[in-house]
Every structure is written in structure tokens, then in C-alpha cells.
Design a protein around this ligand. Structure first.
Ligand code: NDP
Length: 399
């Protein structure tokens, strides 16, 4: 059916590529591109020989003209951006210049400030609409499936949703004293930032990890959850009608938090360059270099993830609660695609989002967050593609 150019060859990209190859009727041909050709070739070597034809290319996606040239040579129907959030705008520019659809899993973040929001990417709306191309923003798990879950709850279960609590739990154990489950730089920037949530039309800011609760998750059990700011809060606050409150919660162990606090206290998580032996280095980038590479955690990580949304609202004039969630087993994911569940849960929805665009189900000129599309075909594909979802009408609630 179509051709996809996949930018990035890291942990999430590897899952996307495995999943594209499992769906050769949709993904006839793919090209894997990143700055390091050897990483792209290593993934191709594992998967070559199937019905999806695989090519590789070297590209620095910070340079739109370089990427546009690759797009003109390969002529993809969609570009799947699973590089880093810093490349979002330059990849969107290259897609605009070549009139090719775009999809990503994380919103733009300027390299020099640990601050992400959608305004930079939403500013492309008119230009994408006028060019007749589609951009799907945030098609990972969170953001991604959490938005699709919200659209599904709104469509099928509520007249109005009043509150959403997104709970992202990872009960996996990789055996290292400290490691991050995806890109350490992006992960540490996210968890060391101030928290925030949306209530009654206002954003309320909290200190990092200031608000803690305990939540009893299906198949995982009770866990400490902490309130964080997370990017889908911004789009869901706009796109879910009647919404009054949205919060995002993530599990962290005491040991993870103690390590993080020590690293912060000694300045290792700073993104301000410092002088070191005659050259400038960014402490967080140095820390990334000494921490375990998330791509190597797969074989060692045991346990499960559970990510879902707890909704409260009204249906036919009566209050209702509803919980949608997915549980993934790290070892099962590893056996299937050679990656642990954190990369798996981000990569599978990126493939499904691209499948939605290539099959015409989410093909619409403009720039959209996932909750603006019909959730039904995406939810069906989740059940077929390794992310089965569960529902409950009597979930525990978070006060
Ligand atoms: P990795 O660090 O493992 O991989 C990033 C890849 O991007 C590498 O292959 C790197 O290769 C490539 N890359 C970096 N800079 C450039 C560039 N200038 N040009 C071309 N390629 C580049 O990250 P992850 O796979 O863990 O994460 C990928 C994305 O997924 C991130 O944006 C992350 O925020 C997002 N994510 C989303 C989740 C969700 O649920 N929505 C969950 C987890 C992650 P090289 O350096 O060789 O170029």
C-alpha cells in the first residue's frame, strides 16, 4: 500500500520498524534514517527478507534541506519521526517542502530550555491544510493512546467527561541501581521539571514530585504515583468537551527518586553547558553517556507496565466512572521485538497512527492531535497489533 520514511533508529524506532514489517500489506517499503547509518543497518539486518522492503540512509534531520533531499529520493507517503523532540520542527519543515504526511510521538522541545508545548507545532496548521497534507502529533502511548482512549470514552461512554486521570505505571525491574527506560536526557528533563495540572480552566503548577498518591493498578498492585506535567494535558484540555480537570501520574520507586535527587543536587541533570578541560559540556548529556543505554535494557527487564485513563463524567444525566488501560509484559515484548515494554508501548501506536494515515482513515489536511480523529479503527488495531485494552466501569478513584 505505502512507503514510510522512519527518522531515528533508537529504542522506539526499532519497535516501529518491527511492527511495520509485521504489517507488509500496509507498509510495502520503509527507509530507516538517522545520523549513524550503522544503527539503521543493524536494524535492517535483523528484519531483512520479509515482505516489507527495507532501505537505510544517513541523514541529519536538524537540517530540513538534507531531509527534503532524502524524501525526494525515496518518495515516502509518510514520514514517521521517532528521532528526538528537538527535530520535530525541522522534520515538519521538510515534509511541508515535499508535501508528505508527518507523524511523531513527542512534541517539540527547544534544545536549550527544558520546556515543551504544542504552540510551535500548532502554528503549522494553516500551512499543512493549504498544502493538503496531514500531521499527526503525539502518536505514542502517552501522548498517543491516552488521547485515543479519551476520544473513545467521549464518543461511546459519556455525554460529557469532567475529569481525566492518566496513570502511567511501570513495575518493571532492570536490575540496575539507576537507569531510564527511554532516552535519559528526554526522560530526566521531563521528571525533574515542575508538575502541573488543569482545573476549571486554569493551569496549577506544583513543585517537582510534590503531589503523591497510592493507586492500586490491575495486574500490578498498589504503587506510589506522582503528579507530573505531561504534554497531552495541553491538547486534551482543548479537545475534550466539558473537561474540568486533567492530571497525569507516573510511578517512581523510592530508589529512583533518591538517585535522581542526588544527581540533581550535584548538578548532573543541568542542561547549562559548563567548561570541562578546555571544552564545553552539558552535564545531562554527559550523564546520558554514562547511564545504561535504554536499548540494552530489554533482555534484563522483568515485570509489567500498566498505562490508562480514569474518566469521570455524566451519561444520560447520571454520574459515571470508566477506566481504559493496557497492560504489557516486558519479557513478552522482548521476545516479540527485542525491546522492553516502554519502547514497545510507544512504538506500536506510532506504527498504528501511520497505518491510519496510509489507509485513509486519519487522512485529513492540517495538523492534529490524535484525539481529534475517529478512535475506533485505532482501538481495533491496538487489539490486533499487540496492545490489547481493557475497560472497567468501577475503577478506584484518585482524590
Ligand atoms: P533514542 O535516543 O533511543 O533514539 C533517538 C534516535 O534519533 C537515535 O537513533 C538517533 O540516532 C536519532 N537522532 C537523533 N538526532 C537526530 C538527528 N539530528 N537526525 C537524525 N536522527 C537523529 O530515543 P527513543 O527511541 O527512546 O525515543 C524516540 C522518541 O520517542 C523521543 O522523541 C521520545 O520523546 C519519544 N517517546 C515517546 C513516548 C510516548 O509514549 N509518546 C514514550 C517514549 C519515547 P543518531 O544519534 O545516530 O542520529
Amino acid at each position: 500500500m505505502g512507503k514510510a520514511l522512519i527518522v531515528g533508529a533508537g529504542a522506539v524506532a526499532s519497535v516501529v520498524i518491527h511492527k511495520c514489517c509485521q504489517n507488509p500489506d500496509v507498509f510495502k517499503e520503509i527507509c530507516i534514517a538517522s545520523r549513524t547509518l550503522a544503527k539503521c543497518d543493524a536494524i535492517r539486518k535483523k528484519l531483512d527478507g520479509g515482505r516489507t522492503k527495507i532501505r537505510t540512509a544517513q541523514v541529519d534531520a536538524d537540517h530540513p534541506a538534507e531531509l527534503a533531499e532524502l524524501i525526494r529520493n525515496f518518495r515516502p507517503d509518510i514520514v514517521i519521526n521517532v528521532a528526538l523532540p528537538y527535530q520535530d520542527l525541522s522534520i515538519m519543515d521538510a515534509c511541508l517542502a515535499t508535501k508528505v504526511d508527518y507523524l511523531d510521538t513527542a512534541n517539540y522541545e527547544p534544545p536549550e530550555t527544558a520546556h515543551f508545548e504544542y504552540k510551535w507545532q500548532w502554528a503549522y496548521r494553516d500551512r499543512y491544510r493549504d498544502a493538503g497534507i496531514t500531521a499527526v502529533l503525539g502518536s505514542g502511548f502517552d501522548p498517543g493512546v491516552t488521547g485515543v482512549f479519551s476520544a473513545y470514552a467521549q464518543k461511546h461512554c459519556f455525554d460529557e467527561i469532567h475529569s481525566i486521570d492518566i496513570v502511567d505505571a511501570n513495575a518493571g525491574d532492570h536490575g540496575y541501581p539507576f537507569a531510564t527506560n527511554f532516552n535519559p536526557e528526554i526522560n530526566i528533563r521531563e521528571v525533574s521539571a515542575k508538575g502541573s495540572y488543569f482545573e476549571n480552566g486554569k493551569w496549577i503548577e506544583t513543585e517537582p514530585m510534590e503531589i503523591k498518591r497510592v493507586y492500586d493498578l490491575p495486574e500490578i498492585g498498589p504503587k506510589d504515583i506522582y503528579l507530573l506535567h505531561h504534554e497531552e494535558l495541553e491538547s486534551l484540555a482543548r479537545n475534550i468537551r466539558g473537561i474540568r480537570k486533567i492530571r497525569f501520574w507516573m510511578t517512581f520507586s523510592q530508589s529512583y527518586l533518591t538517585h535522581l535527587r542526588c544527581l540533581e543536587d550535584v548538578g548532573m541533570t543541568s542542561i547549562k553547558p559548563i567548561d570541562f578541560e578546555g571544552r564545553k559540556i552539558v552535564p545531562l548529556q554527559f550523564l546520558k553517556a554514562v547511564l545504561p543505554d535504554p536499548a540494552t535494557l530489554g533482555p534484563r527487564t522483568k515485570g509489567k507496565t500498566n498505562i490508562g485513563c480514569i474518566f469521570q463524567g455524566v451519561k444520560d444525566g447520571r454520574p459515571r466512572t470508566y477506566y481504559l488501560y493496557n497492560v504489557c509484559d516486558h519479557q513478552k515484548c522482548y521476545r516479540e521485538v527485542g525491546s522492553q515494554a516502554v519502547a514497545y508501548t510507544a512504538g506500536v501506536p506510532a506504527m498504528i497512527g501511520a497505518m491510519m494515515v496510509l489507509t485513509g482513515k486519519w487522512k485529513q489536511p492540517g495538523v492534529f492531535n490524535v484525539e481529534e480523529f475517529d478512535p475506533d479503527p485505532f482501538m481495533d488495531a491496538m487489539n490486533r497489533c499487540g496492545l490489547p485494552w481493557h475497560e472497567s466501569f468501577r475503577p478506584g478513584l484518585i482524590d
